[in-house]
Design a protein around this ligand. Structure first.
Ligand code: NOJ
Length: 703
């Protein structure tokens, strides 16, 4: 407990405490009203920067107690709402790297740029699991797996917060959305997740626990509900579990209008007063865009319906974070003048984009060689908005008709340049995009491709199919994209398909009939460059899928860590299993595994990996386990460790891994996390498919 915080708290009036618990959206509220809030001692603003933020901060500092305001922003893939900032691939694309350092660097660069704009706090990372790809926000996640998500999220938090939150370039992170938001029934955004608390603890909590352990300064409450209880009103989740069991000591902010929606959308409170009471009692410390909370909470305390100690506790959490951030000494973060969008940061975004490209099929056509004419086809191949996807200055908080700001390159531009340097000519034709429009011209695309030595067809989705409120019932590649593929295929020219999308899509005949398939997801400013470099063999593809691809929309969920079922998990009208599995990804070389060992006493393991091809490569060694007999059903396999190893042609290395006993735990019927002694299987190999994994059995004894 800090003397500074306690002394401030002791001086605060009820009104000042209530104001500290409010977060105001500047744009929606307007300048005059925002300045009034600042003078009342409001806790935070979101989505305002530059001179407007400075003016608001000055108003807050000149209020009675002069408590600085905290500025938050959705800098979720770089500081991407600022059109001059560095735009990274989406979280999903970055997750294909399976690389903690790449993700940490992304966090650090983002922090530096956000801090340079005078801001303190990003609403990132997003730790929800994408187990149903129909959900609109899959692009914002690290994929479907709890272990990979937890590892990458804690790396990102370290990047944002650094070793010292008060350092000029460090900003506060926000682990969101607490909890099970991605598991909403039918993948309907902000809907009810019909899961038990046992399931929540078993499957959805672990990444958030890692965020707590990484010192994450803030958490955000999800919009939805768990088994009918809105998260905003769930004191068991926010107090007993998050604070008492998980040990979180930062502050909790609600998501956008969560208090208001308890009344207007979820019908869980009869009026704003009751909603405010529920939200405060449940343990939300700061209310994002529910300004009515201010009057309501003051009235509740005055009428004796709410103990003022609840406010004290919330304000203490908020002030403690402000103190950890050094805001009482230095209210404005400094960053590094001139760093926004600078060359070094663009290079970091390019590194991330390169590592996110994932090769799923290659019938010998890639890398493209001895080609004189390459046809690049598809709207996404030359449309930077589609390459970016969600949460950039074009798209959020609401669509804005901005002009794109360089540097960036689309696939077409990068191919023209790189292929040109190798003496090859590129032609481009749109053909069509994901949403039919008047300019669609399939005939023109076929004509443009005729006579080419190779075709690069870019397919995917676009912004109207991505994000909040935009869940899809049908994941099939939309519009005339499949028809375009068929017509190009009929030309008999080597055909490479590039999927540039926000999520896994159902690709119809493409996986079987294309000669090569690359997944780029949304690669950010340099996504086009990264794809071109892979196509032309300038770099090795090294991405691995962080999420499974279904064969059909009706087949979801197809995540790899399914529970074993008595009748199996299959449909009678589809082959079993996903079209592409978690962990899959090819290189231009091949790897062979041998000699898996595991010692159940020391929990040390090792496996040998050899590069058996003729090009260098980066392999991601994936380690899974199965609990053979358990009191509650446990997944057929679960990722437990991964490590990356660079291998020259012919080179072999032994990769060692050290596990912990708790890695083999489950959450039992009493909601306790325990290890049940007995037989286990450890698996290691290239991806999550049985045929890619070596196995050893071992027994864990009583502790
Ligand atoms: C709503 C989104 O759910 C959340 O992720 C975001 O951080 C806030 N709005 C603020 O924009």
């Amino acid at each position: 407990m800090s003397a500074k915080v306690e002394s401030l708290l002791a001086q605060m009036t009820l009104e000042e405490k209530a104001a500290q618990m409010v977060q105001i959206p500047y744009a929606q509220t307007g300048r005059e009203a925002s300045l009034r809030w600042a003078k009342m001692g409001v806790g935070s603003f979101l989505h305002v920067w530059g001179d407007e933020a400075r003016e608001v901060q000055q108003a807050a500092l000149s209020s009675r107690l002069g408590i600085p305001v905290l500025f938050g922003i959705d800098a979720v893939r770089g500081h991407a709402l600022n059109d001059h900032a560095t735009i990274f691939p989406t979280q999903l694309a970055c997750a294909c790297s399976w690389d903690r350092e790449i993700v940490k660097e992304m966090g650090r660069v983002t922090a530096r740029e956000v801090a340079t704009d005078g801001l303190h706090w990003t609403f990132s990372p997003l730790l929800c699991l994408s187990r149903d790809p129909r959900w609109g926000r899959v692009n914002e996640t690290f994929g479907e797996d709890q272990y990979l998500t937890g590892e990458l999220a804690s790396a990102m938090i370290q990047g944002y917060q650094g070793d010292d939150l008060s350092a000029p370039e460090s900003i506060a992170a926000c682990a969101k959305h607490f909890i099970a938001y991605g598991e909403a029934t039918g993948a309907r955004d902000a809907y009810d997740s019909s899961v038990s608390y046992r399931k929540v603890k078993d499957t959805f909590l672990p990444p958030f626990q890692k965020a707590v352990d990484a010192g994450c300064a803030t958490f955000m409450t999800a919009y939805g509900s768990i088994d009918g209880t809105p998260l905003t009103a769930d004191g068991h989740m926010l107090r007993d579990i998050l604070r008492d069991e998980m040990g979180f000591d930062g502050f909790v902010v609600t998501d956008w209008s969560n208090v208001t929606s308890l009344v207007e959308r979820q019908h869980a409170a009869k009026d704003s007063q009751e909603a405010s009471l529920l939200a405060a009692q449940a343990g939300n410390d700061m209310m994002m865009n529910s300004p009515e909370f201010y009057d309501c909470v003051i009235r509740l305390v005055r009428e004796g319906k709410l103990d003022e100690k609840v406010l004290d506790e919330a304000v203490r959490h908020i002030l403690t974070v402000k103190e950890r951030m050094g805001l009482f000494e230095q209210p404005e973060k400094m960053g590094k003048p001139g760093c926004i969008g600078c060359e070094a940061h663009q290079q970091a975004a390019l590194r991330a984009a390169r590592r996110s490209v994932t090769l799923l099929k290659n019938e010998g056509v890639l890398p493209l060689k001895n080609v004189k004419k390459i046809a690049v086809i598809g709207r996404g191949g030359d449309d930077i908005r589609m390459q970016y996807g969600d949460w950039t200055y074009f798209t959020h908080p609401e669509p804005r008709p901005r002009d794109p700001v360089r540097p960036y390159s689309t696939i077409r531009e990068a191919m023209e340049k790189l292929a040109g340097e190798k003496g090859a000519k590129c032609v481009y034709a749109c053909g069509c995009g994901p949403i039919p429009c008047a300019q669609d011209d399939l005939d023109g695309a076929v004509e443009a491709a005729r006579g080419a030595d190779a075709i690069v067809l870019v397919v995917g989705d676009e912004i109207s199919q991505v994000g909040e409120w935009k869940d899809r019932a049908d994941l099939t590649l939309s519009g005339k994209q499949i028809e375009l593929f068929r017509r190009l295929r009929a030309l008999g020219i080597p055909l490479v398909t590039v999927l540039q999308s926000s999520k896994p899509l159902v690709l119809g005949p493409i996986p079987e009939e294309t000669d090569a398939l690359l997944v780029a997801f949304n690669g950010g400013a340099h996504g086009g460059q990264a794809v071109a470099e892979v196509l032309l063999g300038e770099i090795e593809p090294s991405g691995r899928l962080p999420i499974s691809f279904p064969r059909h929309s009706g087949q979801v969920p197809v995540y790899y860590n399914q529970l074993p079922g008595w009748h199996g998990g299959k449909y009678c009208d589809l082959p079993q299993g996903p079209r592409f599995a978690f962990g899959e990804g090819l290189g231009y070389t091949e790897f062979a595994y041998s000699g898996l060992r595991f010692d159940a006493d020391t929990l040390k393991g090792s496996v040998r990996v050899q590069n058996t091809g003729s090009r260098p490569g980066l392999e991601t060694v994936q380690v899974y386990f199965r609990d053979c007999v358990s009191s509650v059903l446990t997944p057929v396999k679960n990722l437990i460790a991964f490590q990356q190893v660079e291998l020259a042609p012919g080179e072999e290395k032994e990769v060692q891994f050290q596990l912990k006993r708790s890695d083999f735990s489950l959450v039992n019927r009493k909601e306790q996390r325990i290890v049940e002694p007995g037989e286990f299987v450890l698996m290691a190999g290239h991806d999550s498919r049985d045929e890619s994994l070596l196995q050893v059995r071992f027994w864990l004894k009583e502790d």
